[in-house]
Structure formats: C-alpha cells, structure tokens
Design a binder for this molecule. Structure first.
Ligand code: 6PG
Length: 242
C-alpha cells in the first residue's frame, strides 16, 4: 500500500490541491476511454472541494467518464438539511453537466435494510470486482472526532470485516439510521483519500498516526487499502499534533 500525508496551511489549500488531483486522475482515465468511479464523502469538510470542482474545474472535467456514488448516506429525505445527496446536489451536481445516468445515489428516504441491499446490488452490477468485492477508483472519506469514517462508527467494527458491500448503521449519539459502504469495499479501492480539517480532528489524527493506546477502536485506523493507495489530506490544524 502506497500512502502519503499532505498537510496544507488551510482548508482552502487542501481543497484546491485535492480538486486538482481528482481532475488529473479523471482526465488520465478519460484519455484511456475508461470511466472513473468515485465514492463521495458526506459531512461538511468536503463541501469546499465539491464547490471547487463545480466552480473552478467544471469545464475541464469530462464528466461523461465520471461515475459518482456515495460512501454513505443519512436515512432522510433528499430535501432534509443533513442529506449527503442533497448537499452534493446543491453544491456540485446542479452546476456540472454530468449525465444523470452516471449518478448513483443512496436512497435515504427508503427502507434502510432494503436500500442497503439495493445499493449493494447496484454497486456490484456497475463496478469491476476483485476478490469478490467491487473496486472503486477513488473513495473519499471524512474523519469523525470519534474516529468514525463513512458511517462506520466505533463499536461497529463488523462493518469493517463483514463481506457485505453496504450495510446499515446508526449514529451513536443521534441514533440516526445510516447506510454505508463497508470497510471491505473501501479497502478494495484503487485509491482512498481521507480529508480532515480543523483543530477538533487533531487528537484523533494523532492517535491514529501514532497508534496510541486504543487507536484500533477507531474504524478509520482500519482503512488500509489492500491494493490501492491511501492519502491523507490534512489542514495544518488537523495535522498539528503529528
Ligand atoms: C457523513 C460522513 C462522515 C463525515 C465525518 C466528518 O455522512 O457525515 O460520511 O463520515 O465524513 O463525520 O464530518 P465533517 O466533515 O462534517 O467533520
């Protein structure tokens, strides 16, 4: 596994570089007439990234070669404020010319058990597979202060090791139902990128990087791509303790 840590002076610097890198990788794929599949992260950190992809790079990207998926979704209607699809539609999808057929959202409004099964089938029907699991070209991940990533929360490490493609989860505090891709899918990707910004993420970043006692309780610490690359894009605050 190739891995790298990039620390940027600001969240804007982080987002700018990551946007450039994503556009570069999509373009390489497009020149080979290959589609490029991305599992998008929810949460607030990637909003700046999505804005830059929509505002600064939209014209450069051959969106017809891009397939967008969601790494996780909150089980809420799309017009609810905390819908990851709703956020990405507002910031990115409404501003780019990507074919609707290339956008594969998790239907947060549907029955979670049924939707996890449906989305698992959809992913495996579209993406190539390796070792029996689908292969994303890129998985973007955020990092919670409790070490969760996607919607794999501490105490639910089964979602890291089970052979499901998507599973159901529940936020430990709000009890909000979630649907998430599994650790097995994430670790099967060609590339995984964590993006974390802000002082509140510094302790968990430190604990993971230094393997401090209990770090293995953090789901994010188990994201170790078997074949692909792992990159951490941090701002100076999130990276201030490593
Ligand atoms: C979600 C994300 C989740 C998020 C982290 C960090 O749906 O909320 O998948 O894993 O990335 O909670 O969230 P922030 O970027 O808002 O700090």
């Amino acid at each position: 596994m190739k891995s790298a840590v990039r620390i940027f002076p600001s969240p804007a610097g982080l987002a700018a570089k990551l946007a450039e890198e994503i556009v570069r990788r999509i373009s390489i794929s497009a020149t080979k007439e290959r589609r490029y599949s991305i599992a998008l992260s929810g949460g607030s950190t990637p909003e700046l990234l999505y804005s830059l992809l929509a505002d600064d790079h939209a014209g450069q990207v051959p969106w017809e070669f891009v397939y967008l998926f969601w790494g996780d979704e909150r089980c809420v209607p799309v017009n609810q404020a905390d819908s990851n699809y709703g956020m990405i539609r507002r910031i990115l999808l409404d501003k780019i010319r990507i074919p609707a057929a290339n956008v594969f959202r998790i239907r947060g409004e549907d029955n979670p058990v049924m939707e996890a099964a449906r989305y698992s089938c959809e992913i495996s029907g579209i993406l190539p597979s390796r070792d029996g699991m689908p292969v994303f070209d890129l998985v973007l991940l955020g990092l919670g202060e409790d070490g969760h990533t996607a919607s794999i929360f501490p105490g639910h490490l089964r979602l890291l090791t089970s052979d499901v493609i998507c599973g159901m989860a529940e936020h430990p505090v709000t009890r909000q139902k979630r649907i998430t891709i599994s650790g097995g899918v994430i670790n099967n990707a060609e590339a995984v990128v964590f993006l974390a910004a802000g002082k509140s993420k510094a302790p968990v970043v430190r604990d993971i990087f230094r393997k401090n006692p209990g770090f293995e309780n953090y789901p994010a610490s188990h994201i170790l791509p078997a074949y692909g690359s792992l990159d951490w894009f941090l701002d100076s605050e999130a990276g201030s303790l490593i």
